[in-house]
Design a protein around this ligand. Structure first.
Ligand SMILES: NC(=O)C1=CN([C@@H]2O[C@H](COP(=O)(O)OP(=O)(O)OC[C@H]3O[C@@H](n4cnc5c(N)ncnc54)[C@H](OP(=O)(O)O)[C@@H]3O)[C@@H](O)[C@H]2O)C=CC1
Ligand SMILES: CC(=O)N[C@@H](CCC(=O)OP(=O)(O)O)C(=O)O
Length: 346
């Protein structure tokens, strides 16, 4: 049995981790970390866990907790892990971080976009970007995994094969993305009140969203040279889900079959990527509660552009599901273990 500890178990991403790990046959949750609910029963924080989880939340030092877990998930705000990680911790346990602390290799880029000081730059080189579809081999032997962001996961998976195959002009990429409100976490914020979100859709953090450098770094690795993108997120009135619609100019004459071949070649062995049938657009409702990413594309012959589309559940493939997928790869388990649930509907 793998003993797992969760710091930030009371947040939305943390709770989704709890839900998934409870259904994982090779995992036992060793402790439920929380600052504000320390001493309280987890089932009192999340009533869906009534008669399922009897444990109380604990607020303990990460170093001490690392003795009691084979893997620690940190589902905590930006800066938390980077201010506590040490060689001692990494020599005792694997760490899968759901925050952005170790996703971006350049400290100055991280500090500029996240507006926090990075307190642990010595582990940035070692951290592996946990996108299993692209970095599976590196993940296998990692000690520290930087779980990708929700928007970046969807954007990168939709665009990656076509950039890698030089089918699109790297300077022409525009990403329009939409997210449900759980993407903003459980903490009380004015912008996320029912009346602010319901019956509304808005763009936010236009040209300044902190996921931009993460997407650019990963797409640059695919292209083999610097790539910059225009990334615009939108908040939509639903609980879960991310929809990406990305546009780029075609770099050469390609047919629909050639583009489809590229996606199929890249993702043929990937259990969580579903390339939809021709003409079917991804929809968030068809992936909800699952670790699937639905992808498709459409060539616009008239403008010489291609539209690349993706949908995922931000709390599953965009956060906790991807973290469990990474844990499976790290511990040599089948990648799908504990993640084979079908999407829920309605
Ligand atoms: N929501 C999403 O869709 C996604 C989230 N993420 C990332 O996952 C992380 C968690 O996000 P999310 O669950 O949405 O956020 P929430 O605000 O819902 O939860 C944050 C969690 O962090 C804990 N926490 C806050 N401050 C501290 C602290 N100083 N020390 C220890 N624990 C602390 C809180 O615990 P408590 O209050 O009990 O102490 C809570 O459990 C973030 O880094 C986020 O960016 C990544 C991808 C998608
Ligand atoms: C709707 C909403 O507010 N979404 C969040 C998603 C951020 C997130 O999940 O944080 P990571 O950087 O750890 O991926 C946002 O736009 O900030």
């Amino acid at each position: 049995m793998i003993k797992a500890g969760i710091i930030g178990s009371t947040g939305y991403a943390g709770e989704e981790l709890v839900r998934l790990l409870l259904g994982h046959k090779d995992v036992q949750i060793a402790w439920y970390g929380s600052q504000s609910y320390a001493g309280k029963k987890y089932q009192e924080v999340y009533r869906n866990m009534f008669q399922i989880v009897d444990a109380r939340c604990i607020d303990e030092d990460l170093k001490r907790l690392s003795d009691e877990a084979d893997v620690i998930f940190t589902a905590t705000p930006q800066g938390f892990l980077a201010s506590r990680l040490s060689e001692e911790i990494l020599s005792r346990t694997k760490v899968i971080d759901l925050s952005a602390d170790f996703r971006i290799k350049e400290v100055s880029v991280y500090e500029k976009w996240y507006q926090v000081q990075h307190n642990c730059p010595q582990f940035l080189d070692e951290a592996v970007y946990g996108l299993g579809e692209i970095n599976q081999e590196k993940i296998k032997s990692a000690r520290l995994i930087a779980n990708p962001g929700c928007y970046p996961t969807c954007s990168e998976l939709a665009i990656y094969p076509l950039l890698k195959e030089c089918m699109i002009d790297k300077d022409s990429i525009v990403i329009d993305a939409k997210s449900g409100t759980s993407g903003a976490g459980r903490g009380a914020k004015l912008d996320n009140l029912y009346c602010e979100v319901n019956e509304n859709i808005k763009a936010y953090n236009v040209a300044t969203h902190r996921h931009t450098p993460e997407i650019e770094e990963q797409l640059s690795l695919a292209a083999g040279c610097p790539v910059s993108v225009t990334f615009t997120p939108h908040l939509v009135p639903m609980n879960r889900g991310i929809l990406v619609t990305a546009y780029a100019s075609l770099a050469k004459d390609v047919t629909e079959d050639e583009v489809r071949d590229a996606y199929e070649r890249f993702y043929q062995k990937e259990p969580f990527i579903r390339l939809l049938d021709r003409g079917i657009c991804p929809e968030t409702r068809w992936v909800r509660g699952s670790n699937y990413v639905d992808l498709n594309f459409q060539i616009d012959e008239r403008t010489g552009r291609i539209v690349m589309m993706g949908a995922l559940d931000n709390l599953v493939k965009g956060a906790a599901g991807q973290a469990v997928q990474n844990m499976n790869i790290l511990f040599g388990l089948p990648e799908e273990e504990g993640l084979t649930m079908a999407p829920m509907f309605p």
